[in-house]
Write a protein that binds this ligand. Structure first.
Ligand code: CA
Ligand code: CA
Length: 416
């Protein structure tokens, strides 16, 4: 038997004969032990799709059709799909969604704090018109992904611009090899009562995440790139003295989502990067939101890398570099286990932020190549917000865990 197997391997190697699909990334399943998405039934996406359920898509309309086709399904995205495109292929500008009298100028005039004040959120006809206009954009750019799906970039440069991939109420989904650019909300909402610590009052808030995972299990997001380019926050104007924020999350995991692995992605040039758990008062999140975040590059992202409520979240072997406000947000009932990450050029006491949590384990991490406890640095700098140093669990689904020094030159993102 042993001889037979060896001969077969040699024969395959010699003739180039390989089992069908063995090297097709669209057919790959998440390896055993590769983070929380390998728990339970594991994550295979559309790997079992019959040939008739494999779709190559080049436009938003083709993508929408493929998402609605029978599963299990594999969807290969070729080139860049602009989600702000009508069914007939016409590109859509923000003004094309405006309805019921909404214009930016009218909205700014109606809710200028000099007129409206700072006490209450906008309401009335122009706020209703803003919501109606936003609904029109949402109907175009929101792309709902059903279970048993693999959606993957096909060829170099594949991606989705301006879209929001929604994995909601789905089980078993794989997203790979895609570049997500500039998921922008044309209709940010002004909230004069939303105050950021240390900033002037009020905030502009937007709605769409490049990828949103809600009420779903066994989801693997891998080898993708997330960026606000070509429309970064730094290019947005100030209105009412606050940044006109057209972006929300890059990859938000909320509302009872569970068993998610986020691996080998690049998160770049963004504000609110990865939110795990969106509400302190959630009744569906306790016991869920178990996520593994590994071998990702976080570059020039301001915050939430990730910000966690409730979940047991294993953050390991990631590379952090460039400007940021904080990376690991420790929220209510969260259990972050931060292990063997490489952090470069970020003030050690600003890596952790206490958003009402109590505990976080950090072990094996490096600051500019030197061993350092970021929790100790945080606790020394902010003794009134000190955190416990034991997350209360020990991750076991950590395939590929390696020492932090190997992460210094990590390569990640789309286009392997
Ligand atoms: Ca938001
Ligand atoms: Ca969000």
């Amino acid at each position: 038997m042993r001889l037979f197997v060896s001969a077969l391997v040699l024969a395959c190697a010699g003739t180039g004969v390989v089992p069908a699909h063995a090297h097709d990334p669209a057919r790959q399943v998440l390896a055993a032990g590769d983070g929380w998405a390998s728990a339970g039934p594991g994550t295979s996406g559309g790997a079992k799709a019959p040939a008739g359920n494999v779709h190559v898509v080049r436009t938003r309309a083709e993508l929408v059709r493929a998402l609605a086709a029978p599963g299990p399904r594999i969807i290969k995205v070729r080139g860049v799909i602009d989600a702000n495109t009508a069914d007939d292929g016409t590109p859509l500008r923000c003004q094309d969604y405006e309805t019921d009298g909404y214009t930016q100028a009218a909205y700014f005039a109606a809710y200028d704090p000099a007129v409206w004040g700072w006490e209450r959120e906008p309401e009335g006809p122009l706020e209703e018109a803003r919501k109606a206009s936003a609904k029109k954009q949402e109907a175009t750019i929101a792309l709902d992904v059903p279970g048993d799906t693999t959606i993957i970039g096909h060829g170099r440069g594949a991606g989705i611009t301006g879209g929001s991939l929604r994995i909601h109420n789905a089980r078993n989904v794989i997203v790979r090899d895609l570049t997500f650019r500039d998921t922008r909300d044309c209709f940010p909402q002004w909230d004069p009562t939303d105050n950021s610590p240390g900033s002037p009052p009020g905030n502009w808030n937007s709605l769409y995440d490049s990828v949103s995972v809600q009420r779903s299990e066994n989801v693997w997001v891998d080898h993708s790139t997330f960026t606000d380019q070509p429309n970064p926050d730094s290019a947005q104007p100030l209105h009412f003295g606050r940044p006109y924020q057209v972006h929300d999350g890059q990859l938000d995991i909320t509302n009872g989502a569970d068993l998610v692995t986020v691996s080998r992605n690049v998160f770049a040039e963004h504000g609110k990067t990865m939110l795990i758990g969106s509400s302190n008062s959630s009744t569906v999140d306790p016991g869920k939101l178990r996520v593994s975040v590994h071998h990702n590059v976080f570059r020039d992202v301001l915050e939430r890398a990730p910000r966690v409520r409730f979940g047991q979240v294993h953050v390991y072997n990631n590379l952090y570099e460039g400007a940021q406000t904080y990376s690991w947000g420790v929220g209510v009932q969260s259990q972050v286990y931060a292990q063997n990450n490489f952090v470069r050029g970020i003030a050690p006491e600003e890596v952790v932020y206490n958003w009402g949590g109590t505990r976080i384990t950090d072990v094996g991490n490096l600051a500019n190549g030197r061993p350092l406890s970021f929790v100790d640095a945080h606790n020394a700098a902010f003794p009134d917000k000190a955190l416990g140093t034991d997350a209360g669990w020990t991750p076991t689904l950590n395939r590929g865990l390696e020492p932090a020094h190997r992460i210094r030159h990590l390569k990640a993102g789309a286009h392997r």
